[in-house]
Design a protein around this ligand. Structure first.
Ligand code: ADP
Length: 508
């Protein structure tokens, strides 16, 4: 049994044809529309109450904080009004005991304390000047002294206003029952007020919205950025939608479930939560490796798009595909076999350590795909070294490395083509392609801007080219693909959150 043939067979299982891509776009459009009408759909399509994107001329000093996992980040951002900014940042680990504190107050008091230290350290004059005025002026805070703050809170919340959202549940090791159902902005504001800090929690921020805002400020097209998308540990996107299409928002307002919201721009950014596109599974590609990954995951049947597109899962898909190849027909495929053994033993002896990560769930990081798929070294030396380092496979042959490269590239390519499905659907739905071009499609007026962030899109070799190849195959886009400008948007939770605080401050 030739290894190269077998590897090609496995790689072919990950092919995602032009026809399938188009089918994917049609379903994505349907689910986008459905999510705007009612709750409880496959894609959540969450209204964010952010009703404008920056054009690069925004100015001022804002603050942003980010509570997302192991660290709490505090920063202040000076927007210069010319698409540039300066940023000051501090980061502190969250003490473990606060993640599972008795009361929400303990955690949020700690967060407010960090904001206080940050102000003392980086905005000394401002902070002490304010304190003196408060003390001599009987405790009143001057409006001009107040920092508006964007609060990136990466846990599931039910957002009911631009700076109001109740915690649905904790994830990532946090567990403070007392906080469930409470408004997290108010929890933070109360502790900030106890310390008499000149800070107003102006906006509750989702990281994809931050990405969109950061990109729109730093790279403004004629119309502002359409979409912010993350391809990192997870995947998600937020885009600019017409307000009158978000009918569930209007209904919620009529029922009095939400308060007033800004309608002046006729638009609102919607957080798609596209990681759950096509749940339950109907049109996404599904190999035996996808199936077993899902079955043995903590949330089977859920986040099916994310499980095929994001950094958390791609390494695991490749690991499962390699393992299947190794075990095929009782080990007849000559993958990772010991070259020194004689022919009879060849198919039973491997050069893999027993405790190799190849045999462990989540044993292969997605960065390995980038290494293998992009390997142009002689004799694929880099991939062979990585196999040794990451999987404990000593003395991998060139044929082994070629097989690994082929399969890694196939999984990466499928992810990029799936990413294109999401981008294409949003570009099509925006109607911006229907506006005739004034130039050849690449001039500033014609551009449809998309901001992306995350290690996968940043480091996987040719991810953008692979997405573009798929965009050109999609009905409704085809040669208009060149109008879509895709660029990295860094620091959504810093500069992006500050920009949301700016937009929000105008509304509250
Ligand atoms: P996050 O999304 O958590 O903010 P990142 O954007 O850095 O952070 O994404 C981390 C994910 O990206 C991890 O799942 C990791 O496996 C994957 N990753 C890290 N480096 C690379 C790389 N060079 N190529 C592809 N994926 C990578």
């Amino acid at each position: 049994m030739a290894l190269a043939d077998e590897a090609r067979r496995v790689a072919a299982e990950f092919e995602y044809s032009a026809e399938d891509v188009n089918k994917g776009v049609r379903e994505f459009l349907r689910e986008m529309d459905e999510g705007l009408v009612k709750d409880g759909t496959s894609m959540s399509q969450i209204p964010t109450y952010v009703t404008a994107v920056p054009n690069g001329t925004e100015k001022g000093l804002y603050m942003a904080v980010d509570l997302g996992g192991t660290n709490f980040r505090v920063c202040s951002v000076q927007l210069h009004g010319n698409t540039t900014f300066s940023i000051k940042t501090s980061k502190v680990p969250i003490p473990r005991e606060l993640m599972t504190a008795e009361t929400a107050k303990e955690l949020f008091a700690f967060l407010a304390k960090q904001i206080e230290s940050f102000l003392k350290q980086h905005h000394e004059d401002h902070y002490f000047g304010h304190l003196e005025r408060v003390e001599t002026g009987g405790g009143t805070v001057r409006e001009e002294d107040i920092f508006d703050l964007g609060f990136t809170f990466s846990f599931p919340v039910h957002q009911i206003g631009i700076n109001r959202g109740t915690l649905i549940r904790w994830t990532k090791g946090f567990n403070i029952a007392d906080a469930i159902g409470k408004d997290v902005c108010k929890l933070l504001q109360d502790e900030i007020d106890e310390l008499k800090l000149p800070v107003r929690v102006a906006a509750l921020v989702n990281d994809t919205v931050g990405t969109l805002m950061a990109r729109s400020y730093t790279s403004p097209g004629k119309t502002g950025t359409l979409l912010g998308a993350i391809f990192g540990t997870g995947t998600n996107g937020a885009y600019v939608e017409k307000l009158d299409r978000i009918t569930k928002l209007k209904k919620a307002a009529e029922k009095g479930e939400i308060g007033e919201y800004d309608q002046s721009t006729g638009e609102m950014i919607v957080n798609t939560e596209w990681g759950s596109f096509d749940n339950p599974l109907s049109i996404l590609p599904n190999t035996p490796y996808d199936e077993s990954l899902d079955k043995e995951s903590v949330n089977p049947g859920i986040q099916m798009f994310e499980k095929r597109v994001s950094g958390m899962f791609l390494g695991e898909i490749v690991r499962r595909a390699l393992l299947a190849l190794l075990e095929k027909d009782g080990g007849k495929v000559p993958l990772f076999r010991d070259e020194n053994s004689n022919m009879n033993d060849m198919h039973t002896t491997t050069n893999i350590h027993d405790n190799s990560n190849l045999f462990k769930q989540w044993g292969l990081d997605t960065s390995f795909l980038s290494t293998a798929a992009g390997d142009a070294s002689q004799g694929l030396k880099i991939t062979r070294q990585a196999l040794n380092r990451e999987l404990g496979i000593s003395a991998a042959s060139i044929e082994d490395a070629e097989a690994v490269k082929l399969i890694s590239a196939a999984v990466g390519k499928r992810a990029a083509r799936l990413a294109a499905v999401a981008i294409a659907a949003i570009v099509i739905r925006s109607g911006r392609l229907e506006i005739a071009t004034v130039g050849d499609g690449t001039s500033e007026e014609d551009v449809i801007d998309v901001g992306v962030d995350g290690s996968l899109v940043e480091f996987y070799p040719g991810f953008e080219d692979l997405m573009r190849e798929a965009l050109r195959e999609i009905d409704g886009i085809k040669e208009q693909e060149k109008r879509v400008r895709i660029g990295i948007a860094k620091d959504g939770s810093g500069v992006g959150a500050s920009l949301i605080a700016l937009v929000a401050a105008k509304q509250i």
